[in-house]
Ligand binder design. Sequence first.
Ligand code: FAD
Length: 380
Amino acid sequence: MPAERLMPTQESADLIDLTRTIADKELRPYVVEYEAKGEFPRELFRTLGRLGLLSLPYPEEYGGGGQPYEVYLQVLEEIASVWASVGVGVSVHALSCFGLFTAGTDEQKKKYLPELLAGDLLGAYCLSEAHAGSDPAAMRTRAVRDGDNYVIRGQKAWTTHGGVADFYKVMARTSDDGGAGISCFLVSADSPGLAAATPELKMGLRGSTTSSMLFDDVRVPADRRLGEEGQGLRIALAGVDAGRLGIAAVATGLAQSALDVSVAYAKERETFGKPIIEHQGLAFILADMAAAVESSRATYLAAARLKDAGRPYRRQASIAKLVATDNAMKVTTDAVQVLGGAGYTRDFPVERYMREAKVMQIFEGTNQIQRLVISRALNR
Ligand SMILES: Cc1cc2nc3c(=O)[nH]c(=O)nc-3n(C[C@H](O)[C@H](O)[C@H](O)COP(=O)(O)OP(=O)(O)OC[C@H]3O[C@@H](n4cnc5c(N)ncnc54)[C@H](O)[C@@H]3O)c2cc1C
């Protein structure tokens, strides 16, 4: 059953319908095959790009779709309800362009943004390192100024789209001044000295490539530094706030699909002479799942509306990420339970949903870090 949505305009309601059609036609037929092979569906991202679905939250003057977050996130949720790996990819791409949009000069935006938003290019962002995940200020990768260039040396970990992206938003250390010693760069994938390590073998989200990125004296023109030296962590964390909303929407789409599969199964499957949905003990699990999905959606939309209104939304973004991803974990685990033995097999998608939900509690800041952000805001 499609999620019930109250869209702000007819145009945005049409966009949701269009997204459902595209996701059904272009994505659904390939999910099982690519997730089983652990292969990244690069061509499908080109298709989404050409259809304008990779640039929705950016202004039209730079080639974006000019949509508010309230709309963009619901489109993202629809994509993720069909294929979580692709939903995560769309969110990561949007995040990769965020630094240029928020911290770039007018000249940089005019020069680079249209190309990044045109649809053919795919972005990635490199913040985490092996010893600096929850605490990115502990990063060691260095960018040293050399005339009109910076030379970047080090290793970034866990890069979504690592090795398949066309450009990377890279945070690297330009001084030893802790979090204030980090700068942000836009690095082209074909830069000499840049290479991807063998992709990680993951528990789920296998259609999304995750690799370490190796920087062996990669020269980056100084005009590809975004913001001033030392502003990199601030730029990254502002992007992560928006990215957390993206992950909340993806997790909501995943949970919606788990609920839909569960309800359909519970109406068909009979025990003790009646469909299992008519056993109250089972029906109440479904009711709790539905309540969780709708709460997730309401929570991320509340945060998105603050962002669209230009109001601070960091605390609400963390709440949305925490609520939606914890709900997705619970809902997908319950979906396996609703399907009984069948849920534990690959004949149904719910075991995959459960594996995919787990990582949503980990990336874009673990849910412990979300609690840290929320509790710090309470203590202010
Ligand atoms: C599939 C995948 C894709 C990813 N994609 C990207 C990407 O594209 N770009 C990128 O830069 N990064 C990416 N990441 C990295 C991700 O953001 C980190 O894994 C995450 O921030 C956690 O860091 P860590 O793995 O080093 O865990 P750690 O920081 O080592 O944490 C380990 C545990 O300790 C807990 N913990 C740590 N500090 C505290 C604290 N102060 N209080 C309470 N608990 C704490 C954590 O919650 C966690 O449970 C990705 C990760 C995965 C798994």
